[in-house]
Design a protein around this ligand. Structure first.
Ligand code: GH3
Ligand code: MG
Ligand code: MG
Ligand code: MG
Length: 298
C-alpha cells in the first residue's frame, strides 16, 4: 500500500495536469479529473489529502465546485488550492471566499507549488490527528463520548425527515469498583480493553457505533434497528462479555465480569434529542441493575 498523501488535480486541460503531476509525483500519489462532475466522483473514491483546482472549465467552474466540496461533510476538511491563469485580485479574492486555502497562478512555478502543497498537506495531517484524538478513547480505541454525541445528533437529524428507526444501548460493567479493589487499577484497565474489544465485535453494520461513554460505561448507536434487533445485539454483547471469563471474585452476580444493558429504540421523529434517547437507555440500564445485573432490559 502506498501511504503517500494523495493529491487530486482538477483541470480541463490534460497538459496542465501533466505539468503539475511532474512537479508532485515524486512525493505524492496523483489522481486527476478533467471536469467538475468527474471530480466529485473521483474525490469521493480517492479521499485526497489536498485538491488542486482550476477555475475556468466548461460546465461547472472551479468556484462552484469548491463550494460543493466545502458543503460536503466527507470533503469539507480537504484543503483546496486554486491553480488558475486568472491573476487579478478579484478572482483571487473570490477563490479564497469560496473556501480555498491558497491560490496560485499559471504558469506554475514548480518549487513554490511543491512547498505550498507540502505545508498544506502537513497541516491537514495535523488537523486529522487532532480530530482523531478529540474523538477517540486512548485506553480502549473506541470512540469517546464526544464522538457518540456527535454521531447520535447527526443520525437523528438525518433520519428524522424519513422517520427512520434508531436504537441506543447503554452498558455498564457490574460491580466494577469491586473489581478494581480486588485486582488493582491496571488490571481494571485491561478488563476495560477486553470488554471493549468484545463489544466492538458485536456491532458490524456500517453506521453502527460503539463508544466508551464514561469510566466503565459504554453506549452504542444502531441506526435503522428496531427493538427486537437491538435486544438481540445487546444480548450478544452481554453473553460475549460473560464468555470472556474474566475472573471477578468480588462480584455478587457471577464469578466473572458481566455487564448490564439498557435499550431504547423507536422512530427518530419521536421528537427527542440526544438526551431523550440516552436517558431512555439509561433508565432501562437502571432497570437491569435493579433486576439483578448481567441482563438486558428494553
Ligand atoms: P454497578 O454494578 O452498580 O455498576 O457497580 P459499580 O461498582 O460498577 O459502579 P460504580 O459506579 O460504583 O463504580 C464504577 C467504578 O469504575 C469505579 C471506578 O474506579 C471504575 N473506573 C472508572 N473508570 C475507570 C478506568 O478508566 N479504569 C479503571 N481501572 N477503573 C475505572
Ligand atoms: Mg481550465
Ligand atoms: Mg457506572
Ligand atoms: Mg458499574
Amino acid at each position: 500500500m502506498d501511504d503517500r498523501p494523495t493529491i487530486l488535480v482538477i483541470d480541463d486541460e490534460p497538459a496542465n495536469i501533466e505539468i503539475v503531476s511532474a512537479v508532485l509525483e515524486d512525493d505524492y500519489e496523483i489522481c486527476f479529473a478533467l471536469s467538475a462532475e468527474q471530480a466529485i466522483q473521483v474525490a469521493h473514491a480517492a479521499r485526497p489529502d489536498l485538491i488542486l483546482l482550476d477555475v475556468v472549465m466548461p460546465g461547472m467552474d472551479g468556484y462552484q465546485l469548491c463550494r460543493i466540496f466545502k458543503a460536503d461533510p466527507l470533503l469539507c476538511d480537504v484543503p483546496v488550492i486554486f491553480a488558475t491563469a486568472l491573476g487579478d485580485d478579484e478572482a483571487e479574492l473570490r477563490g479564497l471566499a469560496v473556501g480555498a486555502i491558497d491560490y496560485v497562478t499559471k504558469p506554475i512555478r514548480p518549487a513554490t507549488l511543491l512547498r505550498r502543497v507540502r505545508n498544506h498537506v502537513q497541516m491537514k495531517r495535523m488537523r486529522d490527528q487532532l480530530t482523531e484524538q478529540a474523538l477517540r478513547d486512548p485506553l480502549t480505541g473506541l470512540g469517546n463520548r464526544r464522538m457518540l454525541e456527535r454521531r447520535l445528533q447527526a443520525e437523528l437529524h438525518r433520519q428524522a425527515r424519513e422517520g427512520g428507526l434508531i436504537a441506543v444501548l447503554m452498558l455498564d460493567i457490574d460491580h466494577f469498583k469491586g473489581f478494581n479493589d480486588s485486582y488493582g487499577h491496571p488490571e481494571g484497565d485491561r478488563c476495560l480493553q477486553a470488554v471493549s474489544a468484545s463489544l466492538a465485535q458485536c456491532v458490524r453494520r456500517s453506521g453502527d457505533l460503539c463508544a466508551r461513554y464514561g469510566g466503565e460505561e459504554f453506549a452504542c448507536i444502531l441506526p435503522g434497528t428496531d427493538l427486537d434487533g437491538a435486544l438481540s445485539v445487546a444480548e450478544a454483547m452481554r453473553a460475549g462479555v460473560q464468555a470472556l471469563g474474566i475472573a471477578h471474585r468480588a462480584s455478587q452476580v457471577a464469578p466473572v465480569v458481566t455487564v448490564s444493558i439498557g435499550v431504547a429504540s423507536g422512530r427518530c421523529d419521536m421528537g427527542g434529542d440526544n438526551g431523550f434517547w440516552l436517558t431512555g437507555a439509561d433508565r432501562m440500564l437502571y432497570r437491569s441493575k435493579l433486576a439483578g445485573r448481567n441482563r438486558v432490559s428494553g
